[in-house]
Design a protein around this ligand. Structure first.
Ligand code: 5GP
Ligand code: MG
Ligand code: MG
Length: 191
C-alpha cells in the first residue's frame, strides 16, 4: 500500500527474523487435528467457535479439513490490562449469535500464552449450559501449563517468543502471512 511500506508484501521478508513453522507443517497439523475432531465428534452436533481475530486462519482451514458437519460462530473479546500482557479481565466485543445450551462447543484459538483470556472464555461459555466445551489451539506457549484448563487439541508447543503470521498480528499487521514467524528487531525498534 502506498504510504505504508510495511504492509507491502514485497517488504515483509525483511521484517521477519525467521520462519518458526512453515506453511506445509501448519497445513499438515491442521489436517491431523481435523482427523481427531472428526473421530471424537462423529455423530454429534458440533459448533466451532473462533475467537476473533487471531483464529480466523485456523478456523477457515480447520473447518475445510473437517468431514463432520459443523456450525461456525465467532466471538471477539478484549483483555483489559496496563501492559502488553493480558490481565484476565476480559470484555466481550462480539458475543455468539448462537444459543449454546445443550450444544457441543469447540473453541478454536490461535495461541494460548498466559491462558487468562481462554480461562475467562471457557467459564463464560460453561455458564450457558452447553453439552460440552472443549478447546483447540494451534499454538501453545510454556506459561500455559500454569492454567488449570484442559486443552483437548494442541497443534504446536512453541518457545516463549512473540510470533506473527497465520492470523497472529503485531500492531494489526502480518496476520496474512501463510506461516508462523518471529519478528526482526528493527520492527520493534521502529514502533
Ligand atoms: P493469554 O490470555 O493466553 O495470555 O493471551 C492470548 C492472546 O494474546 C492471544 O489470543 C493473542 O491475541 C495474544 N498473544 C499471545 N502471545 C502472542 C504472540 O506470540 N504473538 C501474537 N501475535 N499474539 C500473542
Ligand atoms: Mg486468540
Ligand atoms: Mg493481537
Amino acid at each position: 500500500c502506498e504510504g505504508n511500506p510495511q504492509v507491502d508484501a514485497a517488504d515483509m521478508g525483511k521484517d521477519l527474523e525467521r520462519v518458526l513453522i512453515p506453511e506445509e507443517e501448519l497445513q499438515a497439523k491442521i489436517k491431523e487435528l481435523a482427523g481427531q475432531i472428526d473421530a471424537d465428534y462423529a455423530g454429534k452436533d458440533l459448533l466451532i467457535v473462533g475467537v476473533l481475530k487471531g483464529a480466523v486462519m485456523v478456523m477457515a482451514d480447520l473447518a475445510r479439513a473437517l468431514h463432520i458437519k459443523v456450525e461456525m460462530d465467532w466471538m471477539a473479546v478484549s483483555s483489559y490490562g496496563a501492559g502488553t500482557k493480558s490481565s484476565g479481565v476480559v470484555r466481550t466485543l462480539k458475543d455468539l449469535d448462537t444459543d449454546i445450551a445443550g450444544r457441543h462447543v469447540l473453541v478454536v484459538e490461535d495461541i494460548i500464552d498466559s491462558g487468562l483470556t481462554l480461562s475467562w472464555l471457557v467459564h463464560n461459555l460453561r455458564s450457558r449450559d452447553p453439552a460440552s466445551v472443549e478447546i483447540c489451539t494451534l499454538l501453545r506457549k510454556p506459561d500455559a501449563v500454569k492454567v488449570p484448563i484442559d486443552v483437548k487439541y494442541v497443534g504446536f508447543d512453541i518457545p516463549n517468543e512473540f510470533v506473527i503470521g497465520y492470523g497472529l498480528d503485531y500492531a494489526e499487521r502480518y496476520r496474512n502471512l501463510p506461516f508462523i514467524g518471529t519478528l526482526a528487531r528493527h520492527v520493534y525498534g521502529a514502533e
